[in-house]
Design a binder for this molecule. Structure first.
Ligand SMILES: Cc1cc2nc3c(=O)[nH]c(=O)nc-3n(C[C@H](O)[C@H](O)[C@H](O)COP(=O)(O)O)c2cc1C
Length: 219
């Protein structure tokens, strides 16, 4: 990919307010987008996320009233992804999730598990003070989930697919619906964001951004 192609993709991407509901995203293209979420980096490699792909029309109907920032997107998007961030019971250094992750997923030998576990504990307790509250831990998980969000949207743009990131919703309302209708365990997961994908219905508004000099400082 050439330099110009990269910038073209970044300029193509915009927060699409409504999609052409007659256009479906090809399965292969959607898989590519989701692969870039799955391959995203995370702190210590512990992947504090889960991606729910909402296909059920009934679930979309139920979500629409609580997603005020997605009134045009929810009914017209070809695909909707809800990103769940893992909470304390999964992400705390001594959790079963973390211990199993190091052995089963990362396939680390025992001595490395001990060493990595030690660093992770120190990181969570002292360096970043992530264990101060359920909220600090959840927000830290969310921060990492947003890396996957950026990657998904950029990948989509590179292959001509539009997207809209969404935080415009009543979080507790959405979580209540997901618990009731999709069996989401709210002690272990919370909603980080939603993202809709499809093909634009209208031309986007002109991009507005601050000048480089205001956002990049050489020190
Ligand atoms: C975390 C996050 C949450 C957002 N939530 C919404 C939303 O709920 N609804 C919406 O229409 N746009 C939403 N946006 C889109 C922003 O308003 C948009 O990215 C910004 O105005 C810049 O415009 P552009 O993306 O078209 O360049 C969100 C963006 C981000 C990054």
């Amino acid at each position: 990919m050439k330099r110009d192609d990269i910038l073209t993709a970044y300029n193509f991407r915009h927060a699409c307010k409504s999609f052409d509901a007659t256009k479906e995203i090809d399965t292969k293209d959607f898989h590519l987008i989701m692969e870039t979420a799955r391959l995203s980096p995370s702190s210590f490699g512990f992947e504090p996320w889960k991606f729910l792909v909402v296909e059920s029309p009934a679930l979309k109907e139920a979500l629409k009233p609580v997603v005020w920032g997605g009134q045009g997107q929810i009914p017209t998007a070809s695909r909707i992804v809800i990103c769940l961030a893992r909470k304390m019971p999964h992400m705390k250094y001594d959790s079963e999730y973390i211990q199993n992750f190091m052995t089963d997923i990362q396939k680390l030998p025992e001595e490395i598990v001990t060493m990595k576990g030690h660093f992770y504990k120190k990181f969570q307790e002292n360096d970043f003070k992530i264990l101060e509250s359920e909220r600090t831990l959840f927000d830290w998980s969310c921060k990492q989930c947003y890396i996957a969000l950026g990657n998904m949207m950029t990948t989509a743009a590179m292959i001509g697919i539009d997207s809209c990131p969404m935080e415009g919703f009543d979080k507790e309302g959405v979580e209540g619906i997901l618990a009731k209708k999709a069996g989401v365990d709210l002690t272990s997961f919370g909603v980080a964001y939603m993202v809709a994908f499809g093909y634009r219905e209208n031309a986007p508004m002109e991009k507005t951004r601050q000048m480089k000099e205001r956002v990049i400082e050489v020190i």
